[in-house]
Design a protein around this ligand. Structure first.
Ligand code: FAD
Length: 306
């Protein structure tokens, strides 16, 4: 795929390049696949993601935070194969501290020095979260441990719509502040379809004097039914306008894809227009919509240069 100068001037003539898209860089999140077929598909997509020159590729980890989840080998393999920056997600709450520390040492030895430090969630239907006595109770405790160890660049999670367990928005923001004071340099946002809410959250972070980069997260909608389920579980809301857009649209249809592309493109455009220079894309191992964003940003860059 290559959008040449000609394509860029056509985009500009059509008004696509009026917004400051060229500066935006993407980080792209994938998860360790579970079947050989899914693994093949992911590697094909990773090839495309790596070729797009991402800021970094990040690899999620399953509950438990152990190397068993497949995060470690996938993160190392991506780094070795493509030489792109890789961030490994690490959840802390369901393994003993010693196990987490040992995994961090393995990451360091493998030269994976970017960690997304997270608490993680208890398995479904097991009741509210309870810290284990021999574990890191919250993400802030993990960030402190990583800082003590040294040599890592730490990102953490943040929540424009407030984490569902937080007693208040102020408490949640203060939690982010403590994670940054503990050493995190970047806060990656939970996805949020309400762009105004993301902008208000950015203002709140600035007002609270939290000295970190806030990178909004966006979720391309490959399946609206799936996103509805995810959102109910993680506390992200589905705005009425979004539900209206997908109302009666069959899953997997071309129409579904067209609406999803419009939604994600519009959100990227608005975030870029609001001055964000980095966006985190929850790719869910799918390539089409993330690559649509890549393609538009690439054409915009070429347009700016041409
Ligand atoms: P924390 O920052 O520890 O906060 C969790 C909750 O506890 C918040 O409500 C906070 O306000 C509250 N809290 C903090 N300190 C205290 C305290 N002392 N007492 C009481 N309450 C407190 N999950 C995975 O399993 N694997 C992944 O790879 C993964 N990647 C993610 C990537 C991103 C960018 C995001 C946004 C989320 C990701 N998650 C992942 C989900 C994440 O694990 C959950 O959202 C989890 O519920 C909270 O994690 P956290 O790191 O934000 O926790």
């Amino acid at each position: 795929m290559s959008a040449g100068r000609g394509a860029a001037s056509r985009l500009r003539a059509a008004g696509w390049l009026d917004e400051p898209l060229p500066g935006v860089r993407l980080s792209i999140e994938v998860f360790p696949p579970k079947t050989p077929e899914a693994t093949d598909r992911l590697w094909q997509n990773l090839e495309l993601f790596a070729a797009a020159g991402p800021r970094f590729l990040s690899v999620t980890c399953g509950a438990g935070g152990s190397g068993e989840s497949g995060t470690f080998p996938l993160a190392v393999a991506i780094q070795e194969r493509f030489g792109v920056p890789v961030a490994a997600h690490l959840t802390c709450a369901f393994a003993p501290r010693a196990e987490i520390d040992a995994l961090l040492e393995r990451y360091r030895a493998a030269r994976i020095t970017r960690i997304v430090a997270l608490r993680g969630d208890p398995p479904k239907d097991t009741g509210p979260y309870r810290p284990r006595p021999d574990g890191y109770a919250y993400a802030v405790d993990l960030v402190r441990a990583i800082q003590r160890m040294g040599g890592f660049e730490v990102s953490v999670a943040c929540y424009p719509e407030v984490h569902p367990e937080a007693p208040s928005a102020a408490f949640d923001l203060d939690n982010l502040k403590r994670k940054v004071e503990a050493g995190a340099v970047r806060a990656i946002g939970q996805y949020c379809f309400d762009t105004d809410r993301i902008l208000r959250f950015r203002d709140a972070v600035a007002r609270a004097g939290i000295p970190c980069e806030f990178v909004p997260g966006i979720m391309p909608i490959h399946s609206f039914a799936q996103i509805r389920r995810f959102s109910a579980a993680c506390g992200a809301s589905i705005p009425g306008w979004l539900a209206d857009l997908f109302d009666g649209v069959p899953e997997g249809s071309a129409l579904h894809g067209m609406i999803a592309a419009t939604v994600v493109t519009e959100q990227v455009r608005r975030l870029a227009a609001a001055g964000f220079e980095a966006i985190h894309v929850y790719a869910l191992n799918r390539a089409e919509l993330p690559l649509a964003i890549v393609q538009i940003l690439k054409a915009a860059r070429q347009g700016a240069a041409g």
